[in-house]
Design a protein around this ligand. Structure first.
Ligand code: HEM
Ligand code: HEM
Length: 202
């Protein structure tokens, strides 16, 4: 495997995905109520708030955004298949989201000295008018992760056997990508109904 920008983006993406897996699993625990979400978050913080781990995560996010944007310029956008366009749009959204999201978390922690727990995130998803922005903002963030990974999976599966790929294979790869999207939609709905107060009063 040669070292190029795409490999860097993939390796850094896999590292970030470990955090995203923990983070979204944590948010799914909100189905059991804020107290459960907060106790799981306290546990997970031992991992991702350990300073070397947190620094590594932030570095990976920086690498991910820069390498992703360069990849878009290298590949171009016009006359590309639809899955590539979805990959670009979801990547661009994730760039904006991650910069804003991390800035909010760090400002709250170091400037406002506010606890960044369940209530920090749900407050803006429950109160009017902030929720008009924050509900689509959070919803698209989770959906974008799954769409981006579904496209990456589809491309890699095609490349793995590009020589012998037949129509049946392509159909199977598409099915796998759709399954990833379906899981993404379900996870997004479960997280959002918890954070917007549809399951219990907030
Ligand atoms: C949550 C963070 C992200 C993860 C986990 C992630 C993961 C991945 C993975 C695994 C691939 C496939 C690489 C391969 O085929 O070897 C990929 C491709 C790509 N990503 Fe990301 N990515 C993320 C964020 C971004 C961002 C912020 C952008 C920038 C706008 C971006 C733009 C792209 C593009 C354009 C490709 C296609 C590259 C190509 O086929 O040439 N990604 N991503
Ligand atoms: C419904 C969607 C989301 C909500 C409500 C949410 C909420 C939060 C909260 C409350 C924190 C602070 C955690 C803490 O203090 O321990 C946080 C941190 C963070 N979130 Fe999210 N998040 C969401 C989606 C995402 C997504 C999709 C990503 C990645 C693509 C992401 C990346 C991060 C990162 C990198 C941090 C900083 C972790 C650290 O403190 O070191 N979040 N988020």
């Amino acid at each position: 495997m040669g070292f190029n920008l795409k490999n860097l983006h993939r390796i850094s993406g896999i590292s970030i995905s470990v955090f995203i897996f923990l983070h979204l699993t944590n948010h799914l625990f909100a189905l059991g109520g804020p107290a459960l979400h907060i106790s799981v978050m306290k546990l997970f913080r031992y991992i991702y708030r350990f300073p070397p781990v947190e620094l590594f995560l932030f570095l990976c996010i920086l690498v991910q955004i820069i390498s992703g944007i360069i990849l878009i310029f290298q590949r171009g956008f016009r006359q590309k298949p639809v899955y590539f366009k979805i990959q670009v749009f979801s990547g661009l959204y994730l760039s904006l989201f991650l910069v804003n999201h991390i800035k909010a978390v760090l400002t709250a922690r170091y400037q406002w000295h506010v606890e960044t727990d369940f209530f920090f995130a749900s407050g803006v998803a429950v109160h009017y008018p902030e929720k008009l922005f924050f509900i689509p903002y959070y919803t698209l963030s989770v959906l974008s992760v799954f769409l981006h990974v579904a496209c990456a999976h589809y491309v890699r599966r095609q490349q793995q056997i590009s020589q012998q790929a037949v129509t049946a294979d392509i159909r199977l790869f598409k099915k796998e990508a759709y399954m990833i999207c379906l899981v993404g939609i379900i996870v997004t709905i479960l997280i959002m109904i918890s954070f917007t107060g549809l399951l219990y009063p907030l």
